[in-house]
Structure formats: C-alpha cells, structure tokens
Design a protein around this ligand. Structure first.
Ligand code: HEM
Length: 476
C-alpha cells in the first residue's frame, strides 16, 4: 500500500513537472523576424539579391537570433559566436545535420554528413586517420606532381580558374581516396562524377530526360567502377593507408554501399570548396600586388633553399610558409566559402530566451561572424596581416566547429600551399575578372564562376638552363 502511494506521488510529480516545463516552453516567444509569404517565405528575396546583403540586413534589423522561412522551411538564423558554439558543439545533440532530399539521394544516404551517434563517430575516425597531418605528410610529393601538371596544362592559355582548380582538387581528392589505383579508371570516374554533380541541386523527378534521372544513372555507373576497385583491392589483400583502405578495414565492417556513399561524399566535400578558395586567392593576389610580392618572396626563399634532387617540396616546407598561410586564412574569412550550414532541432529547444520548435532548421551564419567589425575590424578589407594575431575564440569558422567540422581542412590547406608555391615561383598571371556566382553545391558555396586567368611562365624559370643559387651558396 505504502509502495503504491509513493509510486503514485512520484508519477504525479513527474507529470506536473512535464506539464509545467512544456507550458513554459510554449510560453516562450519565437525569435524576432519575418516569415514572408505563405509557403515560399523569403526564398525569393534570398535568391534575388546578394545573399550577404540578405543575411546582413536581417541581422541589422532583428539582431543575432532571428526567424525566417526559406527553401520551404521555417528557420532560425544565428550569428553570435557563442550561439553558434552552442548549436555546433555544446548542445550539438539537439541539432542534427540536415540536407535537401535530392542531395541525400545523390550523395547516398550512408554518407557521413547525414548522421549522428555511433555510425557517424565510426566514419569520422576512419576519415580523420587518413586526413590528419601524420598521414598526409606522406603524399606531399604526389600532390606536387599533380600541381605541376595542372599549371603546365594552363600555360599560355586563358583558363576558367574555377573550372581548372576544380580539376586539380578532384585529382588530389582521388589521390587521397585510393592512391594510384584510381589512375586506371580516372577518366571514367571523372565523366560519371561530372554528370552526377550537375544533379545535386536538381528537382528529384525521376523521369526520362530529367537531370535527376541522368545524375542517378551516372551515380550507378560510378558505384560499378568503385565496386571494381574494391574487388581488386580485396584480391590484393594489401594494407592501404588511403581512404578506401581505411573504409575497408575488416573489423570496422562497412558494407560496399556505405563505402561508395562515403567516397562520393568526400569527393563532393573536397572539390568545389578547395577550388573556390584557390580561385578567390588568385583574384585577391592579383588585386593586391604588395601581398603577392610578399608571398612570392616567401616562396622563392623556399625554392632557393633547395638543391638538385631535393628540389621537391616537403611537409616541413609547407609548415614554413607563414605569409602564404595568412593569405589562405584571410581568403577563407573574407570569401566565407560556406556562408552557413544547416541543422534541425530534434526537439523543442529553449535558446537564449526564445523557443526553437522541433523540426525547425537552424542556420549558423559563418559569413556574418567573419564580416562583423567587432570580430574583424574593417571586415571588407583584404588584409592577411590581421592573422598575425589569433582571432577571438569562435569567430573564425571556415571549417565549421564540433563533431561535424571539416576533417579535410589540413589536406585543403596543403594542396593550396603546394599549388601557390609553383604558381608564384614559376609563373606570373593576368586575370580577367567576372561576376561572382553563387552556387549551392553546399548551401550557398561562393565561387567566382566566371573568373579567368592566363598563366604566363616566367622566362627565367622555364629556361632549362636557368640556375638558381641555393642557401648553401652552391650553384645547383
Ligand atoms: C577549403 C576547403 C574546404 C572548406 C572551406 C570546407 C568546409 C567544411 C565545413 C564548414 C564543414 C562542416 C559542415 C557542417 O558543419 O555542416 C565541412 C565538413 C566536411 N568536410 Fe570540408 N571543407 C573543405 C575541404 C575539404 C576537403 C579537402 C575534404 C576531404 C578531403 C573535406 C571533407 C569534409 C567532410 C567529409 C565533411 C563532413 C564531416 C562530418 O560530417 O563529420 N573538406 N567542410
């Protein structure tokens, strides 16, 4: 009897508490902002103006947490460093990553981006062990060969910078995924992938002739090529240190489908992002000849310090490029390649005195943080020297933060440094500007789509009889 009374008491207290807390949540206001038109919300405004201006004007009007309705979803946008840290790190379990359905189907539902919990943690371990500095330091010379080949193929021509750097980033991604095994199938893989990526943002209509149908077909073919590479690998029974090797390790137990989805996912994550940064760097260096001069001097000093056989770049060299590294940081800040990312509230969440209802999208606005003068004075000025001092905590987020932050950031920086080394020491270039295009391979990945440059070999460096004087004062 006594037990029943205690049990009833606890149960009633529990129900009362639940009622009170859900009540207080219900009483919490939604963040300020405007939801626009029914269903279309403010999508039209987003796409009809510069997205920078769309976000910035909203933040000016409503503050650092606001509501809106875009792309068919009610959203909360956040732009204070602390709030972004809450969503991506401290309370990350309450906000799951979310992507449009068509992108999930194209990349594959088993890809790392779409998951949380144990499966995500397992994939992340597998990916990180391949892209951490200890691993990528072994492929510096292979990346260098790819960079030299790319630059030679641009020599004397006017090229579309973004398209060409995409090819460079694609080749580096393939190298890190399956070393040299992929060479055999490189062209097939490339043509399938290029068709697939055209469908990333298509309407998911699977009818003959639609972009979606063509892309899904290309995806199937890509999976078949990958299956061939997997079977060759299984016959070889070698212990590969590349991504495929890591994903195939027996004890981790991934299915072929899971491997394929994650290989496609990594190519997707690595390619346009890295190429966008490279393209912006070409533009900013051309517009800032004094910065270009400093980068060139830094790179030439590294080149002069090398003799004969040792002329190849090493990992240590790439860690000795502070000026060029700051140019990369400043470009990542000012161009903010990923303007924002998407999360979704998994339950009603109380956030800074407001309610974020379950199912609402939450958008941490990286670009606004990077362009806030409180975090970066004179934010529109391209000034790499600002990174001589570390930015304030949580204000520099080009690679995100928390459990989904970019595992490929070291590789991206490495391949950019290697290309810039050869570009500045062996070439000068002329740029032909063009309007910035906003594409949405990632949510609003900024890429100067029509930007072109012409690479002109420096006369002294293309002359095979040219000799440089190394630090040891010998003629090499
Ligand atoms: C400069 C180039 C790059 C930029 C700016 C960039 C940026 C980002 C950002 C911001 C995220 C987090 C997205 C989120 O939280 O929703 C991310 C995730 C990711 N990135 Fe990168 N990335 C770059 C290059 C690369 C490269 C080269 C690779 C692979 C080789 C890569 C692989 C990934 C993967 C697999 C994820 C998902 C991680 C997860 O969900 O756990 N990225 N990237």
């Amino acid at each position: 009897m006594e037990f029943a009374t205690v049990f009833c008491l606890i149960l009633s207290l529990h129900c009362l508490l639940k009622f009170l807390t859900s009540g207080s949540r219900r009483r919490l206001p939604l963040p300020p902002g405007s939801m626009g038109w029914p269903y279309i919300g403010e999508t039209f405004q987003l796409y009809s103006q510069n997205p920078n201006e769309f976000f910035a004007s909203k933040v000016r009007k409503y503050g650092s947490i606001l509501k809106t309705h875009i792309l068919g979803c009610p959203c909360v946008m956040i732009s204070s460093p602390e709030a972004v840290k809450h969503v991506l790190v401290t309370r990350a379990h309450l906000f799951k990553p979310t992507y449009p359905e068509s992108k999930e189907r194209m990349l594959g539902k088993q890809a790392i981006f779409f998951h949380q919990g144990d499966y995500h943690a397992k994939l992340r371990r597998m990916v990180l062990r391949v892209f951490m500095p200890e691993s990528i330091k072994n492929i510096v010379s292979d990346i260098e060969s790819i960079a030299v080949g790319s630059l030679e193929s641009w020599e004397g021509q006017q090229v579309n910078t973004f398209q060409e750097t995409k090819t460079y980033a694609f080749n580096v991604a393939l190298l890190s995924i399956w070393g040299k095994d992929g060479v055999l199938y490189k062209e097939e893989l490339k043509s399938c992938y290029y068709i697939l990526e055209k469908g990333y943002n298509s309407m998911p209509i699977n009818l003959p002739g639609t972009l979606f149908r063509k892309s899904m077909k290309a995806r199937k073919e890509l999976a078949q090529i990958l299956a061939k590479i997997l079977s060759i690998r299984r016959d070889m029974k070698d212990n590969h240190t590349d991504l495929l090797g890591s994903l195939m390790r027996d004890k981790e137990g991934l299915t072929d489908e899971q491997i394929v989805d994650n290989v496609i996912g990594v190519i997707f994550a690595a390619r346009d992002t890295t190429a966008s940064v490279l393209t912006w760097i070409v533009k900013y260096l051309a517009e800032n000849p004094n910065v270009l001069q400093l980068v060139t001097e830094e790179q030439e000093a590294i080149r002069r310090g090398k003799c004969g056989e040792e002329k190849v770049l090493t990992w240590a060299d790439t860690k000795n490029m502070p000026i060029t590294s700051r140019v990369i940081q400043e470009t990542l800040r000012i161009a903010s390649i990923l303007s924002f990312t998407f999360r979704e509230a998994v339950e009603d969440v109380e956030f800074e005195g407001y309610l974020i209802p379950k199912g609402w999208k939450v958008l941490p606005l990286f670009r606004n943080i990077h362009h806030n003068p409180d975090n970066f004075p004179a934010p529109e000025k391209f000034d790499p020297s600002r990174f001589e001092v570390s930015p304030k905590p949580n204000t520099f987020l080009p690679f995100g933060n928390g459990t989904h932050s970019c595992p490929g950031n070291e590789l991206a920086k490495l391949e950019i440094l290697v290309l810039l080394h050869h570009m500045t020491t062996k070439y000068r270039w002329v740029v032909y500007g063009g309007p910035t295009q906003w594409n949405s391979v990632w949510p609003l990945c900024s890429s100067p789509e029509w930007f072109a440059h012409q690479a002109l070999p420096q006369i002294e460096d293309t002359n095979p009889r040219h000799r440089s004087v190394c630090n040891a004062n010998c003629i090499c």
